[in-house]
Design a protein around this ligand. Structure first.
Ligand code: OSB
Ligand code: MG
Length: 368
């Protein structure tokens, strides 16, 4: 499959409401969009880096630089047998998983389309709908209770609360009091340390499915120490940026659930490797989210059809985040189930080009 042409756009979409996590507040979603063209088809992917390095070290600026100066020039005018060949080509570059994922995912979409197959089939998935929950940003306790009630009533299969020091135990007390039986989790986005052990230990009493990423983004060692002192499973997000990280986490018992984010892992190829090693270890996985618009959301849904995605993911309805999406199809859940988009091959969604053009900040073209 020869890549004849590529396009790199920077897109900016307003969020319906601000989204606050322990490390900051997002009011708009800015992302690179890559279009790869070959054999009369188009493949698409979104990047998931933030404007500033508050989740992981990558940024929009670093992603745009790597895509523009390194990855897209390496692809355009060249032919690749399969997505693994693209992954092999870009793997030797250090880090930059989110930028790598953007080109690799766009190639998977293109490759599936050239074969006339849905992305889920070429990835090895079988489901036609996937179970999802929601991730609720930090708000005061009364407002959080309202949000939990709304999403429980909509049928979401799990509620994840963002927490941070000082906004944790009283919140959990209130939510558990009103909702004793729901699947409930917390996500700390790295904001505790071992000095907070009493607070983290106290979380054991709330029957959480797991505590997501309590400690530093680069510290598997302390997560292993902490897991030994908790009965609640730890779920790792930021710490797992490769299958090598995942292997170390599993052998050291630093986490008992893994959040798979294709952007954080550098693409579907590495995400599948993480999926497979977790399957071998009988460790549950679920698909995380980065407030993706329709292209990234569609990729996440197809990936979530693989067998070991046994816990509800974060790929909730697009309308929770955006007044209008960049894809024509509606990506909406019913009773906590997200249908796999299937309007044509690949990721099964089509770009709304007219709207896309109104939210595009810059466009660059790459030809041989
Ligand atoms: O840690 O999962 C996270 C959003 C931005 C940065 C980090 C995270 C999140 C979410 C959002 O939890 C999940 C979603 O896309 O709905
Ligand atoms: Mg997380």
């Amino acid at each position: 499959l020869r890549i004849d042409h590529a396009e790199l756009r920077l897109i900016e979409l307003p969020l319906i409401q601000p989204f606050t996590i322990a490390t900051g507040t997002m009011t708009r979603k800015v992302f690179p969009l890559v279009v790869l063209r070959g054999e009369g088809c188009e493949g698409y992917a979104e990047g998931v880096a933030d404007v500033l390095p508050d989740y992981l070290p990558e940024t929009i600026a670093s992603s745009m630089m790597m895509l523009r100066d390194v990855f897209l020039p390496q692809l355009v005018g060249h032919s690749f047998e399969n997505p693994q060949a693209v992954e092999r080509l870009i793997r030797p570059w250090r880090d930059h998983q989110m930028a790598k994922a953007t080109v690799e995912m766009a190639f998977w979409d293109l490759w599936a389309k050239v074969q006339g197959l849905p992305l889920r089939s070429v990835l090895g998935g079988t489901k036609t709908e996937v179970e999802v929950g929601v991730s609720l940003g930090i708000r005061d306790i009364p407002r959080t209770l309202t949000e939990v009630a709304l999403h429980v009533q909509q049928g979401y299969r799990r509620i994840k609360l963002k927490v941070m020091p000082g906004h944790d135990l009283r919140l959990l007390q209130a939510v558990r009091h009103d909702f004793p039986d729901i699947h409930l989790t917390v996500d700390a986005n790295c904001c505790y340390t071992m000095a907070d052990l009493p607070v983290l230990r106290a979380m054991d009493q709330f029957g959480l499915d797991y505590i997501e990423q309590p400690l530093a983004w680069n510290d598997l060692h302390d997560h292993a120490r902490l897991q030994a002192m908790l009965s609640t499973p730890i779920c790792l997000d930021e710490c797992i940026r490769s299958v090598a990280d995942c292997r170390k986490a599993l052998v050291s018992d630093a986490g008992r659930v893994i959040n798979i984010k294709v952007g954080r892992l550098g693409g579907h190829t590495e995400a599948k490797r993480v999926h497979d090693i977790c399957q071998a270890w009988d460790v549950p996985v679920w698909c995380g989210g980065m407030l993706e618009a329709g292209i990234g959301r569609a990729h996440n849904i197809h990936l979530s059809t693989l067998e070991q995605f046994t816990r509800p993911g974060d790929t909730s309805s697009s309308s929770r985040y955006f007044h209008r999406d960049i894809v024509a199809e509606k990506l909406e859940t019913t009773d906590g189930l997200m249908p796999v988009p299937a309007n044509g091959a690949g990721i099964g969604v089509t770009l709304d080009w007219d709207f896309l053009n109104t939210v595009t900040t810059t466009t660059e073209s790459f030809a041989p």
